[in-house]
Design a protein around this ligand. Structure first.
Ligand SMILES: CCCCCCCCCCCCCCCCCC(=O)N[C@@H](Cc1ccccc1)C(=O)O
Ligand SMILES: [Zn+2]
Ligand SMILES: [Zn+2]
Length: 482
């Protein structure tokens, strides 16, 4: 039984904490600043189509709303890759290893259709700010700079240095933003204690029978493959068609992939740890089942498959996302192409999944072209010695005292944080916000929104997190009862 967990500070060396309370005026200013950020349509359509005008305007906007951040002597600001921003906040104690907070400026497109308010209006309705980017990820970006601004105007001087990296192309791979920032820091010889990015939340209502929300800090993220399948056949007049066309052959192949899920890999990694930690939060008899996975593992692994979100945690997922073929109504299509987006379970590799996919398709007429691919990300430490994880845990408990469980998880999407593997072994993905399944659907979907109260709490979280980062001792070792 763990008696002592978390971090310990040396009281004599600590500066007095700045309380995370904000005036009415500051609270209004912070929500208005977020609305202004939402109104700038920093959309990434495709790797070649970014709204560079909006990205440039966004750079000017943050200068305007966070003047202290840009005019503090111990903060260096640099623009990287034309539109990404790197802030270096120099702490007073060079012996403390720095960390980094990440967020991204760009958003996915949002056609007006289906939205209750226009997606780039930033309108407030019934206590919610609506708009593309309110959860992904201008909330984090603005909250990080807002918290720093509020700390600075109260004369805060950090002890531990830290970086803030704001990428401008996360939604289209991060290669001109995060990847360049990472290379720049590597060239400067920087090594980070940890990084914190988007990618997980305080989850509410995702797991049947689990009544209470819990915080999931993702310590890994799934790998990905974008696979193009192509079938070439002879073309000709549609009045005398061959037995099979390129469209028919390809459709059958992709259908086989969709109908044959990759194997269920439940049984190891962060998910098992999370299930074990959550077991006692469930009512009888689920608690008994989850506490005895040695016996009930096959049952639990089948139950996980029933819901599309938990299913995505137990296996490599297969999503047919694009299909192109045909040139004219009366022409046999010479070529048909489809794109399959696989998200790889942490226990599988790109090579293994490609081999499985070839065996499922089992048709030599279908050509495989890997457009891009990467293995699942390594698992970052979440033990008592893991500074980043423990700082998150400590801050979650102080800002959300009603949340009992902080559990490690795997992020099912990909984030800019994967570009920082060269700088640290501690990569944590966590957004200090409650998320319900309908909110999850709004991310990249319609009516994305954040409550004003949730945004204020996010600012408070970062305000406290930055101060907790000044803790001057390493994590307390795990002590056991005798
Ligand atoms: C113990 C059971 C736990 C239940 C877990 C429920 C999980 C629900 C959490 C939902 C959080 C999902 C957040 C995902 C953030 C992903 C950000 C994103 O969309 N990234 C893009 C980036 C990308 C990558 C490559 C090319 C283009 C874009 C993505 O597609 O992954
Ligand atoms: Zn995002
Ligand atoms: Zn996104």
């Amino acid at each position: 039984v763990s008696r002592s967990k978390g971090l310990r500070g040396t009281e004599s060396q600590r500066e007095p904490r700045i309380p995370s309370q904000f005036s009415q005026e500051q609270r209004i200013a912070m929500k208005e600043a977020l609305k202004g950020a939402i109104q700038i349509p920093t959309v990434s359509f495709s790797p070649k189509e970014l709204n560079t005008t909006a990205l440039a305007e966004f750079g000017e906007y943050i200068h305007k709303v966070f003047p202290t951040v840009f005019h503090t002597s111990f903060i260096r600001h640099e623009v990287v890759g034309n539109y990404s921003h790197l802030f270096t906040i120099k702490g007073s104690d060079p012996s403390m290893q720095p960390y980094m907070l990440l967020a991204h400026i760009d958003v996915v497109p949002a056609p007006d259709k289906g939205w209750d308010v226009p997606p780039f209006s930033g309108l407030e309705r019934d206590g919610f700010i609506y708009g593309r980017g309110t959860l992904d990820n201008k909330n984090s970006l603005m909250a990080i700079l807002q918290a720093l601004e509020l700390l600075l105007i109260r004369n805060y001087i950090p002890r531990r240095s830290f970086f803030i990296a704001l990428g401008h192309d996360e939604e289209i791979s991060g290669i001109n933003g995060a990847q360049k920032i990472s290379a720049l820091l590597q060239a400067r010889g920087v090594q980070l204690a940890f990084v914190v990015d988007e990618g997980s939340f305080i989850l509410d209502g995702f797991i049947p029978y689990l009544k209470k929300p819990f915080a999931m800090v993702s310590v890994s993220e799934k790998g990905a493959i974008n696979l193009m399948l192509q079938v070439n056949t002879t073309t000709g007049h549609s009045s005398a068609p061959p037995k099979e066309t390129s469209i028919g052959i390809l459709a059958a192949a992709v259908s086989r992939l969709e109908q044959t899920p990759m194997p269920n890999m439940f049984g190891s990694g962060p998910l098992m740890t999370a299930v074990e930690q959550l077991a006692n939060e469930f009512p009888f008899p689920t608690n008994i089942v989850l506490n005895n996975l040695w016996l009930f593992r096959p049952l639990v692994s089948r139950l996980m498959e029933r819901n599309y979100v938990t299913n995505s945690l137990v296996r490599t997922t297969t999503a047919l996302t694009m299909f192109n073929a045909g040139v004219k109504v009366n022409v046999i299509p010479p070529v048909a192409e489809a794109i399959i987006n696989f998200r790889l379970h942490p226990a599988q590799t790109v090579q293994e999944v490609l081999k499985l996919a070839k065996d499922i398709v089992a048709d030599d007429r279908v050509q495989f072209h890997v457009l891009d691919a990467f293995d699942p990300l390594p698992i970052s430490p979440s033990d008592d010695q893991a500074l980043g994880y423990q700082l998150l845990r400590q801050t979650i408990h102080s800002v959300f005292p009603e949340v009992n469980i902080v559990a490690p998880g795997t992020c099912i999407g990909n984030t800019d944080s994967r570009h920082y593997l060269n700088l640290t072994t501690g990569i944590y993905r966590f957004n200090p916000i409650y998320l319900q399944p309908q909110d999850f659907s709004s991310i990249h979907g319609i009516n994305e929104k954040i409550s004003v109260q949730a945004y204020e709490t996010q600012v408070k979280f970062i305000f406290e997190f930055i101060q907790n980062g000044d803790t001057d001792v390493e994590p307390v070792p795990h002590l056991h009862e005798l």
